[in-house]
Design a protein around this ligand. Structure first.
Ligand SMILES: NC(=O)c1ccc[n+]([C@@H]2O[C@H](COP(=O)([O-])OP(=O)(O)OC[C@H]3O[C@@H](n4cnc5c(N)ncnc54)[C@H](O)[C@@H]3O)[C@@H](O)[C@H]2O)c1
Length: 345
């Protein structure tokens, strides 16, 4: 049995981490901490386990082997590093941390303590994305030339447990980034995973178009962004993110290869389609992408992967030591937007 504690009891904690721990036969949920105690109490009532008064009390509990860090972005690093230094394995939410130095300190802490540190880059685990990676790596469609990917929804204010446009997601000190990293890290990481190379340069533009705090002032982080990226191997493309896509969530990725066009989650019936240069089409129905509208429609697989990596003491596809390379693109996006010019990653 892996004995688990959870720090942060908001939406992702409830809908993914705790829900999936509760459905994993190798897990015992020991308890919860949230600085809004009523949220930890509600979790204990619904899923079992105790409530801690402080994060340190949970982190120091010798009855806990592994911890999920599900708090606001700015507090990922401090909780993760303390947990690792207290001998716990950690599954930390994305974006991994708010500075590159913190990301590096997290990876160092995992190494120093010989513990597993995984980041919830759940998009790597979908059947469609896994198959896309295999197909690209097979070379059957030729090399990747370019890509276009987009992730947009109506914003985090209706998703966050806060249910308010004064949510921490819109505040610079707690969130650090806006849609560019909140949504963009999923796609920046996915494209890196699919292409199998590291980014070389980025030009990023981040803007606030529509989101306002309850008092009517604009939010402190971007609600839309566009990134133009190149990889070291020359692959070139764009990532666009938006919190102002009202109506339905949009997530689509197109990979242009020498012998065809690969479309991911672009068709309601086939999650992966390759339109080949000879005019024929390969179609696969592999899954439906998980959205914030219906996060429990399928297990993300992230918790099972975390518990599997701990039990088998094996490397994971979600290891922070790899995800940090996607985070370098996020920090370069921040720098590019501030300078108004392309930057090296
Ligand atoms: N992997 C994904 O697809 C995905 C989806 C949504 C959110 N997230 C990430 O999960 C994290 C949490 O987001 P959420 O949607 O659950 O937000 P949320 O607002 O619903 O919940 C956050 C919770 O953390 C608590 N909290 C914040 N800082 C804390 C601290 N320092 N100590 C203790 N409790 C603290 C808040 O009181 C709140 O209950 C964020 O980093 C977010 O980016 C990831």
């Amino acid at each position: 049995m892996v004995r688990v504690g959870v720090i942060g009891c908001g939406s992702i904690s409830r809908q993914r981490h705790v829900y999936e721990y509760a459905h994993n036969k190798d897990v015992e949920i020991i308890g919860y901490y949230d600085f809004k105690k009523d949220r930890a109490e509600a979790m204990a009532k619904d899923f079992g386990g105790k409530v801690y008064d402080t994060a340190d009390e949970l982190i120091n509990d010798p009855n806990i082997d592994a911890i999920s860090v599900c708090v606001a972005n700015a507090y990922h690093a401090e909780n993760t590093i303390k947990a690792l230094d207290n001998g716990k394995h950690v599954l930390c939410e994305k974006p991994m941390a708010t500075t590159l130095q913190d990301c590096e300190a997290m990876v160092d802490a995992a190494k120093r303590n010989g513990k597993h540190l995984l980041i919830d880059q759940n998009q790597r685990l979908t059947n469609t994305h896994k198959r896309a990676k295999e197909l690209i790596a097979s070379g059957d469609y030729g090399k990747v030339i370019s890509f276009q990917t987009t992730f947009g929804h109506g914003g985090p204010e209706s998703w966050s447990a806060d249910k308010s446009s004064n949510t921490w997601f819109f505040k610079k000190d707690a969130a650090s980034f806006g849609s560019m990293a909140d949504l963009g890290i999923h796609k920046l990481d996915l494209i890196r995973y699919l292409v199998g190379d590291d980014y070389a340069t980025v030009y990023s533009k981040q803007v606030v178009l529509d989101k306002k705090f309850e008092d009517g002032t604009p939010i402190e982080v971007d609600d839309n962004s566009v990134e133009v990226l190149t990889f070291k191997n020359g692959v070139f493309g764009t990532v666009t993110t938006s919190w102002t896509v009202y109506g339905e969530e949009i997530q689509q990725t197109t990979i242009f290869l020498q012998k065809g066009i690969m479309k991911l989650y672009a068709d309601p019936n086939y999650s992966l389609i390759v339109v080949k240069s000879d005019g024929t089409v390969d179609k696969f129905q592999l899954d439906v992408i998980q959205t914030n509208d219906d996060v429990q429609q399928a297990s993300s697989g992230v918790v099972d992967e975390f518990i599997g990596a701990i039990k088998e003491d094996r490397p994971s596809i979600l290891d922070a030591s790899d995800v940090i390379n996607s985070m370098k693109a996020v920090f370069a996006c921040v720098e590019s937007n501030e300078k108004g010019q392309e930057v090296n990653i």
